[in-house]
Design a binder for this molecule. Structure first.
Ligand SMILES: NC(=O)c1ccc[n+]([C@@H]2O[C@H](COP(=O)([O-])OP(=O)(O)OC[C@H]3O[C@@H](n4cnc5c(N)ncnc54)[C@H](OP(=O)(O)O)[C@@H]3O)[C@@H](O)[C@H]2O)c1
Length: 244
């Protein structure tokens, strides 16, 4: 079986590390790639093909894992050449996934949950053709959600609705605790009910959110416009908080 990769960043490199079988060959192309990506490709064991179109043609499974911005144009450019399954793993909104489906015959909507470089990320898949990817569960925990394109993207968005809103609330409460000189005690007190590891996870969540505040607020904006629901009061407040 040939698995083709469009995009050779953290996601693709980790998939290669996790999916190891004598029966699977990974292919990709260095066409139009940056020196860093070309170096990563050359250091790896993947087979290098001259151009991306040829990668699409030869692959039994073509994986698009490049960037949210390029996900649609990749499908527009190469989707028609993919004769096998086209698995989109980019963090795109469900609307973009529907648009991608207009250019790809055998699309599977995919969402990786958890840190990609961990040993145990979880792969959610949806779409009529997703049964054909259930075998990936031998290498990476893979859960088929449904036959509907969009469900994997929606689930990822639902998760972000909770985690990003919660991060904004954490930042707000932590700031309050600091103003009262009780930030350590605040985290200790929460750990009693939230469980071991809460302190580290919260601090990492606060730092991550503050570091990429603009992107997170844009993602919340995308959530608000996608779900278009008057009840999204907390999400709207979280976005306002991150914009301040
Ligand atoms: N990292 C995560 O934890 C995670 C989890 C779930 C989903 N995702 C999604 O998976 C995708 C890849 O993430 P990543 O972390 O692997 O990104 P990354 O480490 O930033 O790497 C992106 C790779 O895609 C390549 N690329 C960009 N535009 C391309 C195009 N038009 N055609 C072919 N290759 C292109 C880049 O090459 P150049 O260097 O040449 O630009 C680079 O090799 C993103 O859409 C992201 O949202 C990421």
């Amino acid at each position: 079986m040939i698995i083709g990769l469009i995009g050779f960043g953290k996601v693709s490199q980790n998939l290669i590390r996790l999916i190891q079988s004598d029966e699977i060959t990974f292919i990709t192309s260095t066409e139009n790639r940056s020196p860093e990506t070309i170096e990563n490709i050359e250091k790896s064991s993947v087979e290098v093909i001259d151009d991306v179109k040829e990668v699409a043609i030869r692959s039994d499974i073509l994986i698009s894992a490049n960037s949210p911005k390029n996900a649609l144009s990749t499908a527009e450019e190469y989707g028609e050449y993919a004769r096998g399954i086209y698995l989109d793993l980019n963090n795109v909104s469900p609307n973009t996934t529907y648009e991608i489906s207009q250019h790809v015959e055998n699309l599977v909507d995919g969402a990786i949950i958890g840190k990609i470089d961990s040993d145990k990320p979880l792969l959610y898949i949806s779409g009529e053709k997703s049964d054909e990817l259930v075998f990936l569960n031998d290498y990476i925990e893979t859960v088929k959600l449904s036959d509907r394109i969009g469900d994997a993207s929606i689930l990822k968005m639902l998760r972000s609705t909770y985690t990003k809103t919660l991060s904004a609330l954490l930042i707000e409460s932590f700031d309050l605790a600091r103003k009262h000189g009780l930030e350590e005690e605040f985290l200790d007190a929460l750990t009693i009910t939230e469980g071991e590891g809460f302190r580290e996870k919260s601090l990492s969540r606060i730092n991550n959110t503050l570091r990429s505040r603009k992107r997170k607020s844009e993602e919340l904006d995308e959530i608000i416009s996608y779900f278009n629901d008057d009840d999204l009061i907390m999400v709207k407040a979280a976005m306002e908080k991150l914009n301040r």
